[in-house]
Each structure stands twice: as C-alpha cells, then as structure tokens.
Design a binder for this molecule. Structure first.
Ligand SMILES: O=C(O)CCC(=O)C(=O)O
Ligand SMILES: [Fe+2]
Length: 227
C-alpha cells in the first residue's frame, strides 16, 4: 500500500527544520548506503549523528507519533531516526530496494524495514525532476508532494528518484518497523480503522456496533502484531 500523509509538518515547522538543516554541513550520500544503493546513488546527506539531524529528526518523529493517519497506517513499532538528503541539479538515485535490516543507532537494536518514507521538505515549485518513482504490481507511481507532506510505501518496493534538472530537492527519509509486518494485513487494519471512525462519527462511540467492531479491530491486531 502506498499512502500520502498530508501536512505532517506545518509551513512554520518546515521553515524551522529547513533553516536548521540548510545551515549544517552535508556529505556525499554514499556514506550510509548498502552496496546496491551506493551504485545508484548520487545525492548529499546530513551526517546522522550531527546536531541538526538529531534536532530536526526529533521534531519529525514527534509529529508522526501525533498524526492519527500515520499511526493507523504504519502501526509503528520502531521509527528509525530520520535521515536527510538533498539533490542538486543533475543528482538522482537509480533503481534499488532498501536494505531489509538496519541497526537503530539510538539503541543498537536491529530493526526490520517494513515501510519506507520520504517527507518532502522542498516546495514542488522549487525544483524540476526529483520525483520519487515507486513500482508496484499496478505500475510506476510518480510522487512529488508539497513541503511538509509524506509518502509511505512498502520497503520491499523497487524505487528511484529521477534526476533534478532545476533547483534543489531537500527531504527527510526513514524506515519503520511495523507491529504488523505484512502489507496486506496492515492495509486491512487501516480500512477497518477508517470505517470504524466514520461509523462512530455517525452513530456515536457508545453504539453497540462501534463497540464490537472496535473489539474486533483490537483482537485482529492482537492476533497479527509482533511486539
Ligand atoms: O530521496 C528519496 O525520496 C528516497 C531516498 C531513497 O530511496 C533512499 O535513500 O534509499
Ligand atoms: Fe531507497
């Protein structure tokens, strides 16, 4: 399932985050890649242990944890500390699949990357090219979102970023281990949650059908979740 999460950050928050990361020192993006990605990657990144990456990463994680659509769709077990990249003119990132297992630098624990995310931090008007292209069984999906909005996609997907032909594309990217590793099961949980919320809005939280469907939601989650 691919899903847009709009307005994860407000325009003021985007401006604050951009000021902090734009002023920090950037390095060649290949510092953090696996072998296959390094072959394809041509961008810049912020060192992940630098103060700007840590400060802005914490703002992003806090915003995600307070975002009901993100929580319902991702069912996050662990959100890896956000990383930051930027592509100037001529830079892009060829086809690759992200590494399946990554180490959480905050805890040393290994995490399974179930979901990949890009949080756009440049306005689409500020650059040409730079689309994130994600392949699934339905074809290629071109993604370019307003600054502050996020795309969530299965980490198993083949994807690339088309070369930037004008301006600069700045983004945060990161991975999530979900409580529910299977994408199809996670999509069912989201559908069910959205429907229950809609029903509750119509008939009230105390309606017996809402109570029983909420129970079923949690019992399915109990059956499928790995904690
Ligand atoms: O810049 C992006 O939107 C995606 C970056 C990416 O695919 C990666 O770093 O693995
Ligand atoms: Fe990637």
């Amino acid at each position: 399932m691919m899903l847009q999460i709009p307005d994860v950050l407000s325009p003021d928050e985007v401006a604050h985050c951009r000021a902090a990361i734009d002023a920090a020192p950037w390095v060649d993006g290949n510092a953090t890649s696996g072998f296959q990605a390094a072959m394809a990657k041509n961008n810049q990144q912020l060192p992940q242990d630098g103060p700007a990456a840590r400060e802005v990463g914490a703002i992003i994680v806090q915003a995600l944890q307070a975002n009901p659509l993100f929580v319902s769709a991702a069912l996050p077990h662990t959100i890896l500390p956000p990383l930051f990249n930027r592509y100037g003119e001529g830079m892009g990132f060829g086809d690759h699949v992200d590494n399946s297992i990554r180490r959480n630098p905050a805890t040393g624990a290994q995490i399974r990357t179930d979901l990949s995310a890009t949080l756009f931090l440049s306005d689409p008007d500020d650059y040409d090219g730079g689309e994130l292209v994600v392949e699934d069984t339905y074809g290629s999906h071109l993604v370019k979102l307003p600054a502050g909005s996020l795309i969530l996609y299965p980490a198993s997907s083949l994807h690339h970023v088309t070369p930037v032909t004008r301006g600069t594309r700045t983004a945060s990217f990161f991975w999530i281990q979900s409580l529910v590793r299977d994408d199809a099961k996670r999509a069912l949980m989201l559908d069910m949650d959205v429907s229950i919320q809609r029903l509750a809005g119509q008939v009230g939280q105390a309606d017996p059908s809402v109570l029983s469907l909420t129970g079923t939601y949690h019992n399915l989650l109990r059956m499928w979740a790995e904690v």
